[in-house]
Design a protein around this ligand. Sequence first.
Ligand code: ADP
Length: 296
Amino acid sequence: SVVVVGSANVDLVVDVPRHPRGGETILGENLRRTPGGKGANQAVAAARGGGADVTFVGAVGRDDDDGELLLASLRQAGVRTDPVSLSELATGTALIAVTADGENTIIVAPGANSEVTIEDGTAGRLGEADVILAQLEIPLETVSSAARARREGATFVLNAAPSRPLPADVLEEVDVLVVNEPEAREVAGREGSPDELAAALNELVPAVVVTLGADGAVVARRRADRTHVPAPKVRAVDTTGAGDAFCGVLAAALAAGTDLADAVHRACLAGALTATRSGAQTAVPSAEELDGYHRA
Ligand code: ADP
């Protein structure tokens, strides 16, 4: 099984002709309200795209419509939501402006996500999991507790996004680190090619996956050759959630005992297919769809 500890946000997305400057008001169009947040997106992907038994640990606003939207999306994908706490704060909200060339600017109001904790009753669930998956849109102390729970035998996968400095006590527990290129530079504290960054990060953690958008991903593990896994060529229309689909499907494949390089291959397929559809959770492919691609 997979336990995802992370954020849940409602995404308010609006198309804009260009991004506004400070002090400026512009008109956008086509407002959408869709379920998002890195944690919830990855939980949906692990369940729908990965076919895993998934539990989500997070927080949404009590009695608010946005919280209902998120819980419904998680449950529809088959994710267990009983450890989701109901906060007096509003459900997290992401304000997203998208230009025609697909460039996003995003402002996140964390709200209930700032109260995500691992309750005593849930701690046991983490210990029993095959994989614990976390990101950095929740308090770092909660990420630390999730990381420590791995000592019961789970594999701890950390998607260090959005990037922020990682305390040593978290890094020490990471089994697999997943980062995109900017995050890789931030965590490594240096510049360099994806290969150089993966090698530098591999000194800190036993396994590293650096995602490269349309170019797929680089996988580095200690005492093994670095490998490059290509992504299939697709016509990308909206890359929102591609990185999250990648992480969720990767975690599910690892929980099923798949080796890292094969898990990354399936994760690349999931990321690429997600980029061909708009939205985050709504764009995640099913496990059957991914199987079909594998056979093709
Ligand atoms: P993030 O969205 O977190 O910055 P990436 O852009 O690296 O992460 O995308 C994550 C994964 O999604 C990639 O490793 C790749 O598998 C897939 N992906 C993203 N964009 C594309 C694309 N344009 N074509 C094919 N695959 C893509």
